[in-house]
Design a protein around this ligand. Structure first.
Ligand SMILES: [Zn+2]
Ligand SMILES: [Zn+2]
Ligand SMILES: [Zn+2]
Length: 361
């Protein structure tokens, strides 16, 4: 029951959670030259003799931190990062003056080898494996938060494919624990809390409710005539019992998709076994849709969860954890870098429709 053929869109959409992050959705041809050249193909080999992350080369990695299900028959392996961006040792105290401020680069930077098969993509992994992977994220975040009270945030993310900045072809995620809460997470926490104070409701839950409302009619206040009829359900990409994948109305990236628990939950660390299985299903199917539409998705994804040790009483009620998936199909232009305004050349409604149309097994 969608409307007729998509009309060209040219509007600035305000991110409902972080209003300062607005997006110019402009589907007209003129906004398109930023398309990246055909991205370098990703490595799809199952095993590579010289790869330090491949089975048989365990001695080539930095020390192992954990392996699943066990080191001798590992499917997932966490190791130290050879080139950590943050580390243990206090950096030499720099002499700073005036407005130059620094914080010690204290933290942790680890690599999670997602799978023992070199070039396997997320949608090619089994659902039990994906449940194991997200369980490994949860466990490691938990351990890192417990290991040192100076760690304020643990960020789990994945770069997949050369277009997304993956420097090692073997499928892997990264875990970075930092002594500061990243700005974008803080902005989400602060804004969702303000919304909660005003509306006594979690904004993420409200957005999910809205996504699950199938039709909305907007009437003109004066004449009472129908001004606009919208099919709000058009943003849902995938849904299971406990999770939903949605295309944000103000997506920064053409094929950006977010996955959220349907029931309110602020902290990813609370995810249960059952939840993991359900998440694995939504994740695999969403990635398969992206891969089919894009003809091989290269992407980043990252987990946003309530920071620990945050001085905030109602954040448990106002914040809602989620996974943001941002496929890379274009490179930012001077306009975007200069204005801070993201440009999205595919209307989120159109993108969602294409993703939903993919036939899965
Ligand atoms: Zn490998
Ligand atoms: Zn919520
Ligand atoms: Zn987020």
């Amino acid at each position: 029951m969608t409307e007729s053929a998509p009309k060209p869109v040219r509007e600035i959409r305000i991110n409902p959670i972080v209003p300062s992050e607005s997006v110019l959705v402009a589907t007209a041809r003129g906004m398109r030259p930023k398309k990246a050249e055909a991205p370098a193909p990703r490595d799809t080999r199952a095993h590579v003799e010289t790869c330090p992350f491949c089975t048989g080369n365990e001695h080539m990695t930095p020390p192992v931190i954990a392996s699943y299900p066990a080191e001798k028959n590992w499917e997932i392996r966490i190791v130290e990062n050879l080139y950590p961006v943050l580390g243990d040792d206090r950096s030499n105290p720099n002499l700073t003056f005036g407005l130059q401020q620094t914080i010690d680069g204290y933290g942790r930077h680890e690599v999670m080898i997602d799978h023992n098969q070199h070039g396997i993509a997320i949608h090619e992994m089994s659902e039990p494996h994906l449940a194991l992977l997200f369980g490994a994220y949860r466990d490691r975040m938990q351990q890192l938060y417990r290991s040192n009270s100076r760690l304020r945030y643990v960020l789990v993310f994945k770069n997949f494919g050369p277009a997304a900045g993956a420097s090692i072809a073997h499928t892997h995620s990264q875990v970075i624990a930092t002594p500061v809460i990243p700005d974008n997470v803080q902005a989400e926490v602060t804004n969702s809390r303000a919304f909660y104070h005003k509306n006594h409701h979690c904004i993420f839950c409200s957005l999910i409710d809205e996504a699950l409302t199938f039709e909305a009619t907007i009437y003109d206040r004066e004449s009472g005539e129908i001004r606009r009829k919208i099919n709000v359900g058009q943003y849902v990409i995938e849904r299971a019992g406990k999770f939903i994948a949605v295309k944000p109305f103000a997506s920064r990236y053409e094929w950006e998709v977010h996955i959220l628990p349907l029931q309110h939950q602020s902290d990813f660390l609370r995810i249960s076994r059952d939840d993991l299985n359900d998440l694995a299903r939504v994740m695999r199917r969403t990635m398969a849709r992206l891969d089919a539409v894009l003809g091989g998705a290269q992407y980043n994804y990252f987990l946003h969860s309530l920071p620990h040790d945050i001085q905030c009483e109602d954040c448990e009620a106002s914040y809602h954890w989620h996974l943001e998936i941002t496929p890379r199909t274009s490179i930012p232009t001077g306009f975007e870098l200069g204005s801070g305004l993201f440009v999205n050349t595919v209307a989120p409604e159109t993108a969602a429709e294409k993703l939903r149309a993919v036939q899965l097994d």
